[in-house]
Design a protein around this ligand. Structure first.
Ligand code: GDP
Ligand code: ZN
Length: 356
């Protein structure tokens, strides 16, 4: 039905799978996750599955449950097409955010995305600061960002948008496209060949759905629904969140990915603002905040207009957000964490009793 390679399988996952293979499990990829129910793609077709009790028992939090894009090890259970997820293979990349609510907990939105297409439109909505933020998110996840400047047909001078985007893109590729006129999508397809998993990020209205539908050739995102998935006789329809593209590759499109927040994006910030980080190497103090410190190379560059004031401001804004996220993350253990610790302690006590 599906070749593992077309589903994104690689040596990386094969290696992680070895111990599970020895236990008679088979590999599968999560296409939909819904309240503890999973729809999986495997070599022999689609499977429905739930996670094994062992995973519930040892999970530290939400991040230890499978999400869309994960490769999992599956054991067959009673009825045909039904399985139990016994393990999650190590993730190659991970899109996460602060979980909603009062406690800071990591929520993984999707896993194993290779390339993130950051979609922007060539109109008055175009905003390099926003693009910079998306670049940080993508790089933090481990995925390779590719900027897609859509609606090129609306721009008098698309080259101007291209130039602006390249100014902040660093090493990343920038593509010009018009999804509505099916222009530039060949380049897009070249970046999404067999076995590559992509995702589209960008503000609402920039043309993400139009691009996906063009790639699928039909309105598959709407029509590829799964019926009666909850297995309780209720007729629910669910949109597939991991879809195979006919010309090769896969796309992940989950609601959560559309409303991403920053989560420990340090590594990404450095890659995106490496020009500022480079200048800062010349500051007298290694912990220079580039405010009133003597011998500050960054302030000097700003004074001499070698560094753009606006760019410096977005750098500062990013750092403030990071500091905020980090402070939140280092608050006392969350409720879930406390429960887990309590449980482990209780288990240990029981163990000691047995021994004595
Ligand atoms: P999404 O919110 O990012 O998924 O955006 P949509 O795909 O729903 O597109 C928003 C609007 O922009 C729709 O009316 C599309 O027809 C339009 N649109 C999408 N791509 C293009 C394009 O390349 N050129 C023009 N002119 N309009 C486009
Ligand atoms: Zn400085």
């Amino acid at each position: 039905m599906y070749s593992l390679v077309s589903l994104g399988w690689s040596d990386f996952f094969a290696e992680g799978f070895v111990p599970f293979g020895a236990q008679g499990c088979f590999p599968a990829r999560v296409a939909i996750q819904q309240r503890g129910h999973y729809l999986l793609y495997a070599e022999d077709g689609e499977w429905r599955a739930e996670v094994a009790g062992k995973i519930h028992y040892t999970a530290r939090g939400m991040e230890d449950f499978p999400v869309v894009g994960d490769w999992v090890a599956v054991r067959k259970s009673g009825s045909p097409g039904n399985g139990v997820i016994t393990g999650i293979l190590r993730r190659k990349t991970e899109f996460a955010r602060k979980a909603a609510g009062f406690r800071t907990n990591k929520q993984v939105l999707s896993a194993n995305i290779d390339r993130v297409f950051l979609v922007a439109s060539c109109d008055e909505e175009f905003n390099t600061k926003r693009l910079e933020r998306y670049l940080v998110l993508a790089r933090t996840s481990g995925a390779e960002p590719i900027i897609v400047l859509n609606k090129a047909d609306l721009a008098g001078q698309p080259a101007d948008f291209l130039e602006e985007a390249r100014g902040i893109a660093g090493e990343s590729t920038v593509l010009l496209a018009s999804a509505k006129q099916s222009h530039g999508l060949e380049d897009f397809r070249r970046c999404l060949n067999e076995g590559i998993t992509g995702a589209l990020l960008g503000s609402s209205g920039v043309g993400k759905s139009t691009i996906i539908n063009t790639l699928l050739g039909v309105e598959k995102l709407r029509t590829g629904d799964v019926r009666d998935y909850d297995g309780k006789g209720r007729h629910t329809t669910t949109r597939r969140e991991l879809v195979l593209i006919p010309s090769g590759g896969l796309l992940i499109d989950t609601p959560g990915l559309r409303e991403l927040q920053l989560w420990e994006a340090d590594a990404g910030v450095q890659a995106t603002f490496d020009d500022i980080e480079d200048i800062a190497l010349g500051c007298r103090f290694t912990d220079c905040r580039h405010e009133t410190e003597p011998g500050c190379a960054v302030r000097k560059a700003l004074d001499e207009e070698l560094l753009d004031q606006g760019r410096m401001e977005s750098y500062r804004k990013m750092q403030r957000e990071l500091a905020h996220a980090t402070r939140k993350a280092s608050r006392p253990a969350s409720l879930a964490e406390k429960k887990r610790i309590k449980k482990i302690t209780a288990d240990q006590k029981r163990g000691y009793k047995r021994k004595s």
